[in-house]
Design a protein around this ligand. Structure first.
Ligand code: F6R
Length: 608
């Protein structure tokens, strides 16, 4: 989704703005732009990459002490220079991340007052609205605040004005934005990674905050103008964590970081640690007491993590669990139950639908809430009673990989905790499960060693247009995750089915051009799955089977098998997703797609 950088400093801010945009590229974008104040307002926009914008800035020898910059992920209006941000009204310029839902009404009323719109965006309405406020409220800060009070929807914005060149105004509601306090000046950006180049001192703005940035001061107010104090944090994010290093793509780096990410996430149970409610926050004993069911709300890959957890929660903890796509739940009439633990899962913690689903659950009176999230200061984490922060480190590749496996680790801990609270976990069972969790990083490392063989398989996939993924039980969501990974980065159409459903329809699709990928761990469902594989072979379908060590499935013409190093019981889904991540990564490499920034997708989906 769109990314924002704002800077006011004693030195030239153009390199800071552009480097900030580079760091936000991973969020997904289709155009980029910058506006600076230096003897008037100068705006440059490009429909290409940030590198092209930087070349334009170089050619113009752009230099200034104050400016705003933006990467745009189109929502209103096609990607083109005219729609790229910043948008200008008179001498002021605005960048915006989010969606203004009432922009049509604002636009009509502004048009009636003579404002001419040059773009199809909702953002331009913000620029003109602020400008219109300046007619009666000459103070830019006030004009922005009053304009924002008329907006319905989500925004993070940055504003600079020719007539007021010594301050920048920023604000947020629903979309992420944080301030950076540097040695040379003040900054704001959509995430910390964009500001590490100038500072580690960050201030997370709350929903509704409006802030003024001056060279060596800032102030924050609430929507009604009352001053607000916000804590300063020292970011511990390392600059290396967002660098590619020896890897070709962030996705590859993040796949290979999984042993480390899991080790960090599970550090709390290292050594003699055991499962306890406190893993989820100090209020957990009280919030988890009397929980009788679990409702998981999430989107995309995080939703798949929830689907795996359903199998664990029901079989190990004996707690009924339902898992819902957040965008469905938020608009559906549902029956709230006060003994339900609502678990929201999100890598970014900013996904608009997940956040809205959580608020919807709150609105229904469901106060027992837990966030499983990778970003400690994110909006979602700030809204829940309990939290578990996965320690995957920043995930830059649009396709989620290490966030998923660390979410599974967190959900396994939740399962064991609820099982223990419900008297369903003996000491011996707890010790066995904890042993398996502690060994997980090593087990994942061994799976990663299969990469060369998977690479060979990927060569054969790249020419295909469709693929079917099959799994059963707790590996069905893994098949779904494999299909999602393949389609999002290689653009090969892929669908996942619970293998038992094959003959109820999808078998009709199977022929020699339809590769079928089966997740086939050596569990209680293996024999059933083998029958499903026979159904595919009998129709001439080519099978690619990820089996466990010792599984007796014989390789034959049209049936390719790759053996995982070991069978991993309850946690087997964590291992079985790894080869599917690698398969989609290598298929995308062969196809030459933009692996880290697949077309049309964004990393942080901060709009509905
Ligand atoms: C797929 C992917 C998305 C996200 C989804 C939710 O690889 O990354 O499906 O999982 O947009 O994002 P978060 O987890 O940030 O809420």
């Amino acid at each position: 989704m769109c990314g924002i950088v704002t800077a006011i400093a004693t030195n030239n801010v153009v390199p800071v703005l552009l480097e900030g945009l580079r760091k936000l590229e991973y969020r997904g974008y289709d155009s980029a732009g910058v506006a600076v104040l230096a003897n008037g307002l100068t705006r440059l926009r490009s429909t290409g990459r940030v590198a092209e914008l930087a070349a334009l800035a170089d050619a113009r020898q752009l230099s200034a002490n104050i400016g705003i910059a933006h990467t745009r992920w189109a929502t209103h209006g096609v990607p083109c220079e005219r729609n790229a941000h910043p948008h200008i009204s008179g001498g002021l310029a605005v960048v915006h991340n989010g969606i203004i839902e009432n922009f049509e009404a604002i636009k009509s009323s502004l048009q009636a007052r003579g404002y001419v719109f040059e773009s199809d965006t909702d953002t331009e309405a913000i620029a003109h609205l602020v400008h219109s406020k300046l007619a009666t409220t000459p103070d830019l800060f006030e004009a922005v605040r009053l304009a924002l009070n008329e907006l319905v929807g989500a925004y993070a914005i940055g504003v600079v004005a020719e007539a007021d060149p010594f301050r920048a105004i920023v604000a947020r509601r629903g979309s992420p934005l944080l301030l950076g306090v540097g040695e040379e000046g003040m900054y704001a950006a959509s995430d910390t990674a964009a500001l590490l180049q100038v500072t580690r001192k960050v201030i997370y703005l709350e929903d509704g905050d409006v802030a003024e940035l001056r060279l060596n001061a800032y102030r924050i107010v609430r929507p009604d103008g009352t001053p607000a104090e916000r804590e300063m944090h020292i970011s511990s994010l390392s600059a290396d964590a967002v660098e590619l290093g020896q890897f070709r793509h962030y996705m590859q780096k993040e796949i290979f970081e999984q042993p480390q990410a899991l080790g960090n996430t599970l550090e709390i149970i290292a050594g003699g640690g055991s499962v306890s409610p406190q893993l989820f926050g100090s209020r957990a004993p009280e919030v988890l007491d009397g929980v009788r069911r679990v409702l998981v709300l999430a989107c995309g890959t995080s939703y798949h993590a929830g689907l795996v957890a359903r199998y664990w929660l029901e079989s190990v903890a004996k707690v009924p669990c339902s898992v819902e796509i957040a965008s469905e739940y938020r608009y559906r009439e549902s029956v709230p139950e006060s003994d339900t633990l609502v678990v929201v899962i999100s890598q970014s913690g900013e996904t608009a639908d997940t956040l809205a689903a959580l608020k919807h659950a709150h609105g229904l009176g469901m106060g027992r809430t837990l966030a499983i999230c990778n970003v400690p200061e994110s909006a979602i984490v700030r809204e829940t009673a309990l939290r578990f922060i996965t320690r995957a480190g920043p995930e830059i590749g649009v396709a989620s990989t290490k966030a998923f496996t660390t979410q599974l680790a967190a959900l396994a801990l939740l399962t064991l905790t609820l099982a223990k609270l419900n008297g369903r976990l003996s000491e011996a069972e707890e010790a066995r499960h904890l042993g398996a969790l502690r060994h997980l990083p090593v087990a994942v490392q061994k799976v990663l060693e299969l990469e060369p063989e998977i690479e060979k398989w990927a060569q054969r996939f790249a020419a295909k247009h469709h693929a079917l993924f099959l799994g059963r039980g707790r590996h069905w969501p893994i098949a779904m995750e494999g299909a999602l990974k393949l389609k999002e980065i290689s653009y090969i159409h892929a669908e996942a089915y619970a293998a038992g459903e094959l003959k109820h329809g999808p078998l009709a699709l199977v022929d020699k051009d339809m590769p079928v990928i089966a997740v086939a761990p050596a569990d209680e469902l293996l024999e059933k799955l083998k029958s499903n594989l026979q159904e595919v072979r009998a129709r001439g379908g080519e099978l690619y089977v990820f089996a466990d060590a010792g599984s007796e499935i014989a390789e034959s013409e049209g049936l390719h098998i790759l053996h995982m190093p070991e069978h991993y019981g309850m946690l087997s889904p964590v291992l079985h997703v790894i080869p599917l991540q690698l398969l989609s990564y290598h298929a995308a490499l062969v196809k030459g797609t933009d692996v880290d920034k697949p077309r049309n997708l964004a990393k942080s989906v901060t709009v509905e």
